[in-house]
Design a protein around this ligand. Structure first.
Ligand code: F0G
Length: 347
């Protein structure tokens, strides 16, 4: 039976024996060794942490399990969030699981089809706002103190706590900390969470610390530019964020790890997205591919040591964004069910 992250990591999470062991079987995602991209770019030990295999299809489920459990303990009846899509899908799933109400506030036109379909199917109340994710988050933060409401964006400390378990798993699976970890950055909660996880392991068991490399999309790269972006733009809708809530902790993670936060173009993101599908059999959404795009850029520049273990976090499943998957591709026309017609198609 699947053991969720609260059960597995209770000793390292802000939970008590009284905290409900909410789970949809989140966590325990595979660390997949690269079969073709790594060898092609001279990296012997390239791994992908495939977080798209979480129950609602993204890493958010780790933090949501803990946030939902603590919300129930505090007597909440509603999980509230702003979202570019995955947080809303995750909050909706855990709310459904626990008999809570989910209210998700999303930017108009800013959410991939699969994520919106999830929130609808899980029975959430969906509010679409005219404006960016940043505006939506500002709005919901004003409701956070209403009685019975738990705000479950990553400004909720339990979200970060739950998400740090991914760093624990990476070290367990690799048998050591990676030398470098590549991760996409949007609202900057996840890079904050990984750094916390690695630091806790280092102080607990003397594990080494990785260098973190955060990837933002060129048109939505406030942390790279050093100032908020008013109208963030990128095909990677999950990280279309102009003013990340965890700004300072992301910069701290970057600096304390001796790492970087860099921008990659949408063309580079989509090229990495396609390579993951065609050369690794790994379906991800564009935001996840941003981390791999940055890895490819750095490998090209010769700035990576090919013998070191390197991990890329693949944050969300490809089926979340079918439009991105089929971009530039066409479903072939139906043929007559004859051998002649089949041979003609196959050349
Ligand atoms: N990758 C995916 C697939 C995401 O959905 C997100 C964030 C990120 C990366 C960036 O993570 O925000 O912790 O830096 N999605 C949020 C949402 C904002 O609403 O689903 P972050």
């Amino acid at each position: 039976m699947a053991v969720g992250i609260i059960e597995r990591y209770a000793a390292y999470l802000p939970v008590t024996p009284a905290t409900p062991r909410i789970t949809l079987g989140e966590g325990s995602t595979p660390l997949v060794r690269s079969s073709r991209i790594g060898p092609a770019i001279g990296l012997d030990q390239l791994y992908f942490k495939y977080e798209g295999l979480n129950p609602s299809g993204s890493f958010k489920d780790r933090g949501m399990a803990v946030a939902a459990a603590r919300a129930i303990e505090a007597g909440a009846q509603t999980l509230l969030c702003a979202s570019t899509g995955n947080t809303s899908a995750s909050a909706s799933a855990y709310a459904a699981r626990c008999g809570l109400r989910a209210v998700v506030v999303v930017p108009a036109g800013g959410v991939a089809a699969g994520k919106l379909a999830q929130a609808l199917a899980y029975g959430a109340i969906i509010v679409t706002v005219k404006g960016s994710f940043d505006r939506a988050l500002t709005l919901v933060r004003k409701l956070a103190d209403e009685p019975g409401v738990a705000l479950v964006n990553s400004v909720n400390p339990y979200r970060i706590e739950g998400q740090k378990t991914a760093a624990f798993e990476v070290v367990e699976q690799l048998g050591r900390a990676p030398a470098r970890l590549f991760i996409p950055v949007g609202n900057a909660g996840n890079i904050t969470a990984y750094w916390r996880g690695f630091c806790e392991l280092a102080s607990r068991s003397g594990a080494s610390l990785p260098t973190l490399h955060g990837a933002q999309a060129q048109g939505a790269a406030p942390l790279v530019r050093g100032r908020p972006v008013l109208r963030p733009q990128t095909l990677a809708s999950a990280i279309r964020i102009g003013n990340p809530a965890s700004w300072s902790s992301a910069i701290a993670a970057r600096d304390e790890s001796g790492g970087t936060i860099e921008a990659v173009g949408d063309d580079e993101i989509m090229a990495a997205h396609r390579r993951l599908a065609r050369e690794e059999g790994l379906l991800v959404e564009p935001a996840s591919a941003a981390a791999v795009a940055l890895l490819l850029k750095k490998a090209n520049a010769g700035s990576l040591d090919g013998t070191e273990p390197i991990v890329c976090v693949l944050t969300g499943h490809g089926l979340k964004d079918p439009q991105a998957l089929t971009r530039g591709l066409r479903v072939p026309r139906a043929i007559e069910p004859t051998l002649v017609a089949l041979r003609r198609v196959l050349g």
